[in-house]
Write a protein that binds this ligand. Structure first.
Ligand SMILES: [Zn+2]
Length: 50
């Protein structure tokens, strides 16, 4: 089974409804945090360090 992770908001740590696998690479995509008290927009960066 693939080890999927959830995207977390860097401001409040809330888990978003977006899953990514170990081979995913991502940047330049922005979402708005789903937490009611947060709602901040942030960039999804995944595995940009390799
Ligand atoms: Zn948040």
């Amino acid at each position: 089974m693939m080890d999927k992770k959830k995207v977390k908001c860097p401001y409040c740590g809330h888990e978003q409804n977006i899953l990514y696998g170990p081979r995913a690479m991502c940047r330049g995509i922005f979402i708005r945090c789903k937490a009611r008290q947060c709602r901040k927009e942030f960039e999804i960066t995944i595995n940009q360090d390799r």
